[in-house]
Design a protein around this ligand. Structure first.
Ligand SMILES: C[S@@+](CC[C@H](N)C(=O)[O-])C[C@H]1O[C@@H](n2cnc3c(N)ncnc32)[C@H](O)[C@@H]1O
Length: 259
């Protein structure tokens, strides 16, 4: 037993304004306990003292909270809908300068996939994607843009040839012309202000970690962030049950149009 988890959550909030109450408790507590034990710390109180002084451990803690796994063109069928239906429709209605936000972008696979996908219709000089995540370490990784071959297996061959350089046996680096189209920021979906006037928001495989209350709040804020008739793109297991009540209409399960 590491101590009182309720007190621990309060202390974390006081220290870094991260609201652990918004995450599903059992899963989150299990991960945190494993991290603390790995560092041979025996109580929540000692861990809090430690992260107050040790910024490396603090960053590791935030990094450890959720799984950072991502992948280029994860669920290719859904990206096909984006490319063949959603982008053409948005470009027709709004012109070439779309405001695109990749929320909880992890290692950057998603925002970079968005740029490549959109480059089919718009010159790279017209493309700007805002990409955010709560995790500083992961954002630095995303900016570097280096990927093991297993994360890029979904990339269409034409983009792989055009926009990636092989830097060793198993690692590829994405080109600077794609990197220049993405602006990375640290952003906490639970408390930071959301960008306004978005044409598309992509937020996948992070809502699974949140409680129902937190999800509802986030969907409401996404809705406010979007322009009318614009889209939220969600993960495979993240269909929004009460879409209509939240001001969305479902389109092919993974896209939600703001009404
Ligand atoms: C499993 S990854 C999803 C990556 C990508 N969206 C995908 O589907 O491939 C989950 C990401 O959510 C981020 N995350 C967790 N809590 C967050 C919060 N409160 N605000 C913003 N990002 C958060 C994590 O740092 C992690 O990078």
């Amino acid at each position: 037993m590491l101590g009182n988890y309720e007190e621990f959550k309060k202390a974390v909030y006081q220290l870094i304004k991260l609201d652990l109450n918004a995450y599903k408790e059992r899963q989150m507590k299990r991960r945190i306990d494993a991290l603390i034990t790995k560092h041979k710390i025996t109580s929540y109180t000692d861990f809090i003292q430690e992260i107050k002084q040790n910024t490396v451990l603090l960053d590791e803690f935030v990094n450890y909270l959720t799984i950072n796994v991502s992948e280029f063109y994860r669920n290719p069928d859904q990206w096909k809908v984006l490319e063949e239906e959603i982008f053409p429709q948005l470009l027709k209605a709004n012109g070439k300068s779309l405001k695109i936000w990749s929320a909880a972008c992890s290692t950057g696979d998603e925002p970079y996939s968005l740029v490549m996908c959109l480059s089919k219709f718009v010159p790279l000089s017209n493309i700007k994607v805002i990409a955010t995540d709560i995790d500083k370490q992961i954002i630095e990784k995303a900016k570097k843009g280096e990927y093991n071959e297993k994360y890029i297996k979904g990339i269409p061959q034409e983009y792989l040839t055009k926009y990636f350089n092989k830097i060793d046996d198993k690692t590829y680096r994405i080109s600077d012309e794609i990197k220049r189209c993405v602006e990375f920021y640290r952003h906490d979906l639970l408390k930071d202000p959301y960008p306004e006037g978005c044409h598309i928001i992509i937020c996948r495989n992070v809502m699974i970690y949140f409680t129902e209350e937190a999800k509802t709040e986030i969907y409401k804020k996404f809705n406010e962030s979007l322009k009318k008739d614009c889209y939220l793109f969600v993960g495979s297991t993240e269909q929004i049950i009460q879409a209509q009540e939240l001001g969305f209409k479902s389109h092919k399960s993974f896209f939600y149009r703001k009404l």
